[in-house]
Design a protein around this ligand. Structure first.
Ligand code: SAJ
Length: 414
């Protein structure tokens, strides 16, 4: 099998991963049949725009749609390659909800033919690609000797997706050696990064471990921020000093860990490794998740204490700086900053305004400009280290109660 055999690709799930991938494949000359269950998203895509927010994606989608090589549909169709890019949220008891994967696998069955390549890109627990193969076998009679199944987890960083889809090294885990060969032939037509071949279960586990590793490291930084308060030490200074050691590289504490990946994937490992008493063998990963989930509550407690200090009869104006899940993006998914602003508002802890330069509106909140917030607020709560906030000087904050969960004021003190 070589890449000459592949001309058409059916991408199931046109979300944060599927849509950029589909548009890039179209740009490489593939005829791409996109499948998206959300009718509104289909309309947006077919009008030549992206329904998800990612730098430069609109332009790439427009070129792909205008060229006639990409179109979004409600149902799959025949293709040489099928890519499943559907979500795997946390399901019951913190396990992966595989319903989207199962449905996607079932949906392509009427269109599969011997020789096709099926690539599962979703983040999944080990064994899931075999599950997809078993669904296909049951519905079509075609087994892994007839259809090439491979898991190639996406590893792109939101905000850099278009570049990373092409440039990142890709883990390629085929169910058979022939599937590895087929998947390599396909990826080598648009991926410039290395193709790392391994067993399918290894590829599935590697993706989870990458995100769990980052979660554990962030939890260490978040734990330090909590410990440092007791000793009246600045955690950022502590980390900066410790990181001078040639083999120490501590990450940054924040107001919590958000997004759809790092805050989710470690739970799959924790869930999969439970013993007969329900205790997970992945103890460190579980505790890391707990620490990172606790961090927004720690920040909220600090705000409550500051409000109490201002006096019971006074309703403080609290300006939350940042609502996105990480700096310099507009993605609000699982955002701890948004969680904090929502909590303060629903629990009536002061009057809340939000400064979020990356979005035009924020459901349930009043958005104000940076300058207005600084001028009017009693409490300045820094939640996300967005670039524009870094220009704020300590002089501007004089007379305000400042709670800094993300290091905005750190540099200006030195
Ligand atoms: N964060 C900190 N401190 C840090 C770094 C991050 O608190 O030092 C927080 C961020 O503010 C954010 C969260 O962690 O709330 C996650 O942000 P991130 O930039 O670490 O990662 P994601 O979720 O945007 O993307 C991750 C990436 N995985 C790794 O870096 C191992 C990406 O490569 C994956 O493709 C993506 O998950 C995914 O889709 O799985």
């Amino acid at each position: 099998m070589n890449n000459q055999n592949y001309h058409t690709v059916c991408v199931v799930g046109l979300g944060y991963i599927g849509l950029p991938t589909a548009a890039i494949l179209a740009a490489r000359g593939y005829q791409v049949h996109g499948v998206e269950i959300n009718a509104m998203a289909r309309d947006v895509i077919n009008s030549g725009r992206a329904h998800v927010i990612e730098p430069d994606l609109d332009a790439v989608v427009k070129t792909a749609v205008d060229s006639g090589r990409l179109r979004a549909h409600a149902e799959p169709s025949n293709a040489d390659v099928f890519m499943l890019c559907v979500p795997t949220p946390v399901g019951e008891e913190s396990g992966a909800d595989l319903s989207y994967v199962r449905n996607a696998a079932a949906s392509i069955c009427p269109f599969l033919q011997a020789g096709n390549l099926v690539i599962l890109e979703s983040t999944i627990p080990p064994g899931t690609t075999e599950l997809v193969a078993s669904i296909v076998k049951e519905k079509t009679g075609l087994d892994e000797n007839k259809i090439h199944f491979a898991h190639a987890p996406e590893r792109v960083l939101p905000g850099h997706i278009l570049r990373e889809v092409v440039e990142n090294d890709r883990i390629v885990g085929g169910l058979t050696d022939a599937a590895n060969v087929a998947a390599n032939a396909f990826f080598s037509t648009y991926v410039t990064g290395k193709l790392i071949n391994c067993r399918c279960r290894m590829a599935e586990m590697a993706k989870l471990v990458e995100n769990a590793s980052r979660d554990v490291q962030i939890a260490f930084a978040n734990e330090l921020s909590i410990i440092c308060e007791q000793f009246d030490l600045d955690v950022l200074e502590l980390i900066e000093i410790a990181n001078h050691h040639p083999r120490v590289s501590i990450l940054q504490p924040g107001c919590g860990v958000g997004g759809h990946c790092i805050a989710v994937d470690p739970w799959f490992i924790v869930h999969m490794t439970k013993n007969e008493h329900g205790q997970s063998r992945a103890r460190l990963m579980q505790i890391a998740r707990e620490i990172n989930n606790y961090k927004p509550h720690w920040v909220i407690a600090k705000v409550q204490a500051a409000v109490a200090k201002l006096g019971k009869s006074y309703k403080a104006l609290i300006a939350c700086f940042g609502a996105a899940y990480k700096p310099d993006i507009d993605d609000l998914r699982e955002s701890p900053a948004k969680e904090i602003a929502d909590h303060l508002k629903t629990h009536n802890i002061g009057n809340i305004v939000v400064v979020e330069p990356n979005v035009k509106e924020l459901q349930g909140h009043v958005l104000v400009s940076q300058d207005e917030a600084i001028a009017k607020a009693d409490i300045i709560l820094f939640l996300v280290n967005h670039q524009p906030f870094r220009a704020i000087t300590l002089a501007q904050l004089e007379g305000k109660v400042v709670i800094d969960a993300c290091g905005i004021t750190y540099r200006s003190r030195f």
